[in-house]
Design a protein around this ligand. Structure first.
Ligand code: PLP
Length: 408
């Protein structure tokens, strides 16, 4: 039977302390015990249902974690203060001194910087590979490799990972496949396809209102228990805990994610098709011209589409900046990093979200100066948006004409 992630979220029922339709927020950092013995047992991890201290867990965080685990089809999940607050403990929990990671080379700049510049301090080395070439992934594995790391849809180049293929490699070599699914919530379910751990930056589509940072790690009960262990758990000891007030607001936003993803995908697909027809160099996994279009199709859950992210290349950074400024001036979106907002957001990744990646490596991976990354918003009238955006492109000489002009 097909996996239905939105049904899994919807089927969870929580009530507040006084029968409220939303669960009560746990407004406490610490919890009382009726007996000293129960407190001791809780420290030892042997008092189910007891709360100790909110860096470890809190009722509000557990509710949100449970809903995200249901969405991803994992036993459980641990929410964190940011996406990086999910990524870094996972990698430090799975790897120690002398270990090795094979990672996609097109990943979020912060993750790249962590693997390239930070983990070598602990003698954890990373090989960056073209994740779309399974033979180069396998060739990079050494006897010290512990983790295969990728994003289902990569930031910012929108490369698509073959999760089933990567899972088979991970299994053969006894590695953990860790997938950052931030760009494709609901559309792709990595664990159902064979991944071991799924991470999200909740800051993006899942929360959807650009008012907080947050993250989640979805995995087995055993792995999440390890992360929370008071003696050697990376989430517990590094301390990137989400606040309960935030957990409760993210949970409320999560309930509309299925509707928002459909609209993000519909709008992005509309713009991508029309931009491409106008002759713009457009990358969107929903376009037949995308090298992994069929792969995405084979992995996706029906209904949620190919996501809200697309890129165009307008030739130079100067043109990209002019266009973004003009589009912002005409209220077509904001010149801002991040993604998953109701409003379209655009940025030039080479000088912003991927600036941690050195220029020569950006070139090698195909990240060009004129690239603009769009997170397409929830616009009610996407045809009007298309016409206004391509008007800007004609005025700046990026396009000679556009189809909207010919029709009118
Ligand atoms: N993963 C991806 C794909 C991202 O785009 C980002 C942030 O831009 C992160 C992780 C990090 O998330 P956060 O900013 O919530 O720490």
């Amino acid at each position: 039977m097909a996996f239905k992630p939105a049904n899994n979220i919807q089927d969870l029922q929580y009530f507040g302390e006084f029968g409220g339709v939303n669960p009560s927020i746990s407004d406490a950092s610490t919890y009382t015990f009726l007996s000293a013995k129960t407190m001791f047992d809780t420290f030892e991890g042997n008092a189910d249902g007891c709360y100790l201290y909110s860096r470890h867990s809190s009722p509000s965080n557990l509710y949100l974690g449970e809903a995200l685990a249901a969405m991803e089809g994992t036993e459980t999940a641990n929410v964190s203060a940011s996406g990086m607050g999910a990524i870094t403990p996972v990698l430090l929990q799975l790897c120690g001194s002398g270990d090795h990671i094979v990672s996609s080379r097109t990943i979020y700049g912060g993750t790249y910087a962590f693997l390239k510049n930070f983990t070598p301090r602990f003698d954890i080395k990373t090989s960056f590979v073209d994740i779309t070439k399974l033979d180069s992934v396998e060739a990079a594995i050494t006897k010290n490799t512990k983790v295969l790391y990728c994003e289902s849809v990569s930031n910012p180049l929108l490369e698509v990972a073959d999760i089933k293929g990567l899972a088979a490699i991970a299994k053969r070599h006894h590695l953990k496949l860790v997938v950052d699914n931030t760009f494709s919530p609901l559309s792709i379910s990595p664990v159902i396809l064979g991944a071991d751990v799924v991470i999200h930056s909740l800051t993006k589509f899942i929360n959807g209102s650009s008012d907080t940072v947050g993250g989640v790690i979805c995995g087995t009960q055993e792995f999440i228990n390890d992360l929370r262990n008071v003696n050697d758990g990376a989430s517990m000891l590094l301390g990137s805990t989400m606040d309960s007030l935030r957990a409760s607001s993210v949970l409320k936003n999560l309930r509309t994610l299925h509707i928002r993803m459909q609209q993000h995908s519909y709008n992005a697909s509309y713009l991508a098709e029309r931009f491409e027809a106008d002759g713009l160099k457009t990358v969107y996994p929903g376009l037949k011209s995308h090298p992994s279009h069929n792969l995405f199709k084979s992995m996706m859950n029906e209904k949620y589409g190919f996501g809200g992210m697309l890129t165009i290349d307008v030739g130079s950074l100067e043109k990209a900046n002019e266009l973004m400024e003009m589009m912002q001036h005409r209220n077509l979106g904001y010149l801002a990093v991040s993604l998953g907002f109701y409003k379209t957001l655009f940025s030039a990744p080479g000088t912003s979200t991927s600036s941690e990646i050195p220029e020569d490596e950006q070139k090698a991976m195909g990240l060009s100066d004129g690239l603009i990354r769009f997170s397409i918003g929830l616009d009610a009238d996407i045809e009007r948006t298309y016409n206004m955006m391509t008007d800007c492109m004609v005025e700046l000489g990026i396009l000679k004409t556009h189809k909207g002009l010919e029709l009118s």
